[in-house]
Each structure stands twice: as structure tokens, then as C-alpha cells.
Design a protein around this ligand. Structure first.
Ligand code: CP
Length: 332
């Protein structure tokens, strides 16, 4: 069961909520492989996806997740919508709300957009990535993938390597991993790591060998050229020579360490092809787990809606005291 009407960030989730998503995803994953286990538990429910930024994995996995549960999934097609005639986000949301959508999945380049939409619609809003703020469903699928292999988060060392400063994936993962008791070390060029990230409980280093030493989980992150204003490192080749993870560097991690990457991967930049397609890599499994986790999130949010009649007063609005309470209790 989830506490709030929306899923806007890992910072708002309790450890109990995170673990219930993971355990529900375990059951949902069975339905992906076995058609006989699928039930149309969300028949008559409607989901709309609003992607103001490009996506393959997140958008398509929400689409498949909704379909596996029997819901109808519609993509707004932002590029051909009335957004191009100047319609605001709030007016777009209110318009879709009137049509009866139960869930709105939104990705946007501006941080805070999902919260803004959630405050203005009755539908449950799921953040599919907002600017450099959070990408909660990616972190939840990463946590699920780690859980499947390691069965525990306590005292795991997770090394996150790459463009930390622009990464909503890193922020959401740090929130989640710290809540569940893991140690997190982030590493990249000084221009792509932010010392302030230490406030979230992660260690910061520019020494990749120190970051990888005895790691249980190694997570590569994409270099997000689209969010960089330029001049943050000389060129991709130089970046990959120092911070690209290869087989030699991977040997600093534990022998049974697993390798993750949210995708899309710039092969040969963040990770070598040998590692991406190697035995320690769970990058392809992450994609399947993304569908299972999104099925779990949709199911748990709709379970909440089924139990309580939705009224403006009954549901805690995004950024409300309920959510701030979780943040204070678990992040400090
Ligand atoms: N990991 C991720 O968000 O991928 P997409 O941009 O393809 O959705």
C-alpha cells in the first residue's frame, strides 16, 4: 500500500513502501513470462503518458506494464498535441483529468513538473523523470535488481560512476539506497560531482579506484550531453580513459559484484562493450525489471484509489506535510 496519491520521488517514500513495491514487483515479474498468470485486474482503468522529453525504456515499459494489468494506455504525443499551441502544463492536466484518466505518467526537462501537475489533478501522477531532480521508477527498478541478486541492502557498497551532477537517477538511487541501509559512493570528474551530494549521505570522490574498491554494486551513468552547458570535461575519449569502467577497473570491486546502468549506454564511454555484455552485467535484466516495477507501482497506486474515494480533501497533496514528514524522518 502506498501512502500518497502520487509517486513523485523516492524522497517521499518510507522504507516500508519501497520494500512493498519490490515485493509486489517480484510477483508481477512472473506475469511477464507467463501469460496464464495475467489477470485484467485494472480493466476499466486508463493511463496517459505525457513525455515532454525523449524516452524508450520508461515510456514503453509503462505502456507494457499497464497493458499486462488490463488497463488502457494512451500516449498524449506531446509533439503533436495542443502543448504546441501554447497550452500550459496545468491546463493540459486539467483537460486530461476531465476525460477520466486514472494515472498520468509525466517526463519533463524541468525539475518539479510532476509535483506541479500532481497538485492540480485528481489523477495519480507518476514522475517518469523531472529535470535533474528525481527518476523514482528507475531507482525502484535498480533497487529491485539489486535485491534479486543480493537479497539485502544493509552494508552493501554501491559505487555510482559518471555524470552525478546532472543525474536524477543518481539522486533517486541515493535516497533509496540510504533509506535501506546501503553505503553509497559517487565518483566522476570534479566538474560532474557535487560536494553537496554528501548532504544526502553519499560519499564523494574523484578517485575511481577508491570508489570501486570492494563494491558490491557498480552503477555506470550516462554522460548527459543534452543537460551540459559545455566545457565540463575535454572530450568523451578523455572522459572514458579516466572514468570509463573496463574489465581492469572492475577487478577493484568484489568478485561477485554486479554491474548496472539505467540506459541508454554510450558504449565505450561509460562502460566497455566487454563489460556491458559480460557476466556481471544485469543491464538487460534491468529493462525487464522496469516493466515489473512499473506494474507494481500502478497496481499499488490503484489499490489505494480503490480503497478510498478520491476527493480533493482526502488525498494528501504533493509536497504536503505527510510527504515532508517522511523526508524529515528518513533523510534528516
Ligand atoms: N533509463 C531511462 O530513463 O531510459 P529512457 O530515457 O530510454 O526512458
Amino acid at each position: 500500500m502506498l501512502e500518497n496519491k502520487d509517486l513523485l520521488g523516492i524522497r517521499y517514500l518510507s522504507p516500508f513502501e519501497i520494500l512493498s513495491i519490490i515485493h509486489t514487483a517480484e510477483k508481477m515479474k512472473l506475469k511477464i513470462d507467463n501469460k496464464k498468470l495475467r489477470e485484467n485486474i485494472l480493466e476499466n482503468y486508463n493511463i496517459v503518458t505525457l513525455f515532454y522529453e525523449n524516452s524508450t525504456r520508461t515510456k514503453m515499459s509503462f505502456s507494457m506494464a499497464g497493458k499486462y494489468l488490463g488497463a488502457k494506455v494512451t500516449d498524449l504525443g506531446v509533439a503533436t498535441s495542443s502543448v504546441n499551441k501554447g497550452e500550459s502544463l496545468i491546463d493540459t492536466g486539467i483537460t486530461l483529468d476531465q476525460m477520466g484518466f486514472d494515472i498520468m505518467v509525466i517526463r519533463h526537462s524541468m525539475s518539479g513538473t510532476a509535483n506541479l501537475l500532481a497538485r492540480n489533478v485528481k489523477a495519480s501522477v507518476i514522475n517518469a523523470g523531472d529535470g535533474i531532480n528525481e527518476h523514482p521508477t528507475q531507482a525502484l527498478l535498480d533497487l529491485f535488481t539489486i535485491y534479486e541478486k543480493k537479497k539485502n541492502f544493509q552494508d552493501l557498497k554501491v559505487a555510482i560512476i559518471g555524470d552525478i551532477v546532472h543525474s536524477r537517477v543518481a539522486r533517486s538511487n541515493i535516497f533509496g539506497l540510504k533509506k535501506l541501509g546501503a553505503e553509497v559512493v559517487v565518483c566522476g570528474p570534479a566538474t560532474l560531482v557535487d560536494k553537496n551530494i554528501e548532504c544526502l549521505g553519499a560519499k564523494v570522490t574523484t578517485d575511481i579506484k577508491e570508489a570501486l574498491k570492494d563494491a558490491d554494486v557498480v552503477m555506470g551513468l550516462r554522460i548527459q550531453l543534452e543537460r551540459q552547458k559545455g566545457g565540463l570535461f575535454p572530450d568523451l575519449r578523455e572522459y572514458s580513459q579516466t572514468f570509463g569502467v573496463n574489465k581492469e577497473l572492475m577487478q577493484y570491486a568484489k568478485e561477485d559484484a554486479i554491474l548496472l546502468h539505467p540506459g541508454p549506454v554510450n558504449r565505450g564511454v561509460e562502460l566497455t562493450t566487454e563489460l556491458i555484455d559480460g557476466e556481471q552485467s544485469l543491464i538487460h535484466e534491468q529493462v525487464k525489471n522496469g516493466v515489473a516495477v512499473r506494474m507494481a507501482i500502478i497496481d499499488l497506486l490503484m489499490e489505494r484509489r480503490k480503497k478510498d474515494e478520491v476527493t480533493d480533501t482526502k488525498w494528501p497533496a504533493s509536497g504536503s506535510l505527510v510527504q515532508d514528514g517522511w523526508e524529515k524522518r528518513y533523510i534528516g
